[in-house]
Every structure is written in C-alpha cells, then in structure tokens.
Design a protein around this ligand. Structure first.
Ligand SMILES: NC(=O)c1ccc[n+]([C@@H]2O[C@H](COP(=O)([O-])OP(=O)(O)OC[C@H]3O[C@@H](n4cnc5c(N)ncnc54)[C@H](O)[C@@H]3O)[C@@H](O)[C@H]2O)c1
Length: 324
C-alpha cells in the first residue's frame, strides 16, 4: 500500500514510516516541519505540505494516489492548549477538516488517526477501556475527541473507514538509534530524564509523592513507539473488515509509578540523578492505565516491549547520540 503519513517527520510518525517500509509498504510523508525534523524522514519521500493550507493538501492528494492516510499531525502540549486554545482548535480540528475534505474529494477513504488517553479525563476505573466515559479536562483532549466524532460522521456520510487509536504514553526509540524522540519543549518524563542524564540543563522533578499509590507517585502506562507502529498497521489491515468507526486503546496494561521510571532510568544510565520531589500539578490523575484487551482481541496486537527497562534502554541509545 502507498500510505500518506501526515506528521511523518515527528516522533511517532517517523517510527511509523520505518515500520511501514520494513513491511513492504510505501510511506509518503506530509509534514510542515513545525515540530518534526527533516532528518527523521528516511523512509519514503517528504512533501513539505501544511495541512492548514487546503489548496496544498488538495494538490498533494490529487497528484499521488494513496491507499490510506495515517494522521499524526497535531499540536499536543496540554499546558499550551489551556493557554492558547484557539491554536489547538485550528491545528487539530480545522486542519483535520482540510485533510478529510481532500480525502473525500480524491476518493481516499481509509484513515488511522492518532488519538489520546486525554479524551477520557478523570479516570473512573483502575483499567480504562474504550467504554469509559469521555470527558476531556483540557482543550487538547477536547480537540481529539471532537475529531473522533467528526470521523464517526464521515464514516456515516461518506463511507469512510476510520480508526482512532488512543495512545497512553508513547515511549522509547527504534533500537537502530537512527530515530528517536525530540520535542522542544520536551514535556515527557522519560526523555526529560534522559536528556538531563546526557547533560541538558533540564529541571526534572517528581510532581507530588503523596498520592494513594504504592510509592506515593503517579502511575502511568508507557507503550513503546514501535508497538504503536505495529498497532497502526494492524488497524489499517483490519479496517475494511470492521464496521464503521472504531476506537482502540493502546497501552501496555501495566502502570509504572514516576519513581519506578526514575529508578529504571538511573539503572540504565548507571548513576543516580538526584531528582527532587515538588508539589502536585493541578489536574494530574493519580493513575492512568489502559485496558488494551480490545486491540488484542480485534487487531491481534500485543505489545512486544513489555519491560520498562528495555523501553528506557532503547530511548537512551537515541539520547546519547541524537541525529537531530
Ligand atoms: N507522544 C505521545 O506520548 C502521544 C500520546 C498520545 C497521543 N499522541 C498523538 O500522536 C501524534 C504524534 O505525536 P508525536 O509525539 O509524534 O508528535 P510530534 O510533534 O513529534 O509529531 C507531529 C508531527 O506533525 C507535524 N505537523 C504539525 N502540524 C502540521 C501541519 N499543519 N501540517 C503538516 N504537518 C504538521 C509536525 O511537524 C510533526 O512532525 C499527535 O497527534 C499526538 O497528539 C502522542
């Protein structure tokens, strides 16, 4: 299949392109390089197209025939979405309208969309499955939820086939060390710890150690980026067999506390990092862990990277010598 990977110069999108090309497919990257990296596009060609520009995305879909689209492009900083919500409504919702419109015009009907655990909001269960109510706590999560609803409507109205994959915390890097995570600013725990270990002057602290968890720190679910890529390809391959619009959670199903993550990082780098405990951050739930039973049953997917230390090791290989 020839697949348009929108946001393919970013962290997860670049891993997707490698995975697609290793599995005999042809990725074509559409990216405006706003948070992505030209050097991350090593598998497939790059069309430097901004999906905020309806004519440009229309031109791209009109000039190359695609079997499907994978849509990773988004603004995705929770704090920024609270401070500047319109940026999120534009980057995420309005831009996705442009993309869907161009897909409809050019008869491309298969879409796999990057959604997020942030659509759930405050967890009401220890393991969150897809039936958990959606009540996002911030504009970022709200825009992702609106896009899911848009996709559902496009499935009904235009015969689209669409899947939304709700990732928990993406982590790790391809074992080759060729690609990895580089966000500016970096807000994710594992890369912040590793960048500090590699010499970056980053203030990393634990936000609260008085939660009702085994060591008082928050629990999160870390899923390796290559396991995410695997789930995307499976979702695409299953799309035509499934009715309508589908949603799958993607997580390891095993939560780790922030302290356990810090310990895993310290054991991988071989020294303590002296991480201090700070105050709780507003809006941080004590635990967010996925039930991915549905993805396992319907997609036949199961994460290969189940060990936190192995995930951290893969990321450390990248952070010691990042290519971009
Ligand atoms: N990283 C995570 O832990 C995580 C968790 C849940 C969901 N997600 C979602 O997964 C997706 C990918 O995340 P990521 O961490 O790889 O992000 P990223 O910022 O590394 O990648 C996003 C890519 O999209 C591109 N892009 C942004 N706006 C664009 C536009 N208008 N036109 C064309 N390209 C554009 C960027 O340049 C970048 O290359 C996002 O939609 C994010 O919301 C990520």
């Amino acid at each position: 299949m020839r697949i348009l990977v929108v946001g393919g110069a970013g962290y997860i999108g670049a891993h997707m392109c490698k995975f697609l090309s290793e599995h005999g497919h042809e990725p074509v990257v559409c990216d405006n390089l706003s948070t992505g990296h030209r050097a991350a596009v090593r598998w497939g060609s790059l069309s430097e197209t901004d999906i905020g520009n309806p004519e440009a995305i229309d031109l791209l879909l009109g000039s190359i025939r695609f079997d499907a689209v994978m849509h990773f492009a988004a603004a995705s900083l929770v704090g920024e979405s609270v401070a500047d919500p319109l940026k999120y409504y534009r980057s995420n919702i309005a831009n996705t309208v442009n993309l869907l419109d161009a897909m409809r015009r050019h008869g491309v009907r298969r879409l796999v969309f990057s959604s997020t655990a942030a659509v759930y909001g405050e967890p009401k269960a220890n393991l969150i499955d897809e039936r958990h109510p959606t009540s996002p706590l911030n504009p970022y999560g709200r825009t992702k939820r609106v896009i899911e609803q848009m996709l559902q409507d496009c499935v009904s109205a235009y015969g689209f086939k669409a899947v939304a994959l709700r990732y928990f915390n993406a982590a790790g890097a391809d074992p080759s060390g060729l690609i990895g995570e580089h966000h500016e600013p970096e807000t994710h725990l594992i890369p912040r710890l590793l960048r500090r270990a590699a010499g970056d002057d980053l203030d990393v602290r634990i936000f609260g150690d008085d939660y009702d968890t085994i060591d008082g720190t928050c629990v999160r679910d870390y899923i390796h980026v290559n396991d995410l890529a695997d789930a995307h390809l499976r979702a695409l391959q299953t799309l035509d067999l499934l009715p309508g619009f589908q949603v799958f959670n993607l997580g390891n199903g095993a939560g780790y506390t922030v302290r356990q993550v810090v310990s895993a990082v310290e054991s991988v780098i071989g020294r303590p990092l002296g991480i201090q405990v700070g105050a709780r951050r507003a809006g941080d739930p004590k635990a967010l862990v996925a039930s991915s039973v549905r993805a396992r049953e319907v997609l036949g997917w199961s994460p290969q990277w189940t060990d936190l230390t192995a995930i951290v090791e893969s990321a450390w290989r990248w952070h010691q010598k990042p290519a971009y």
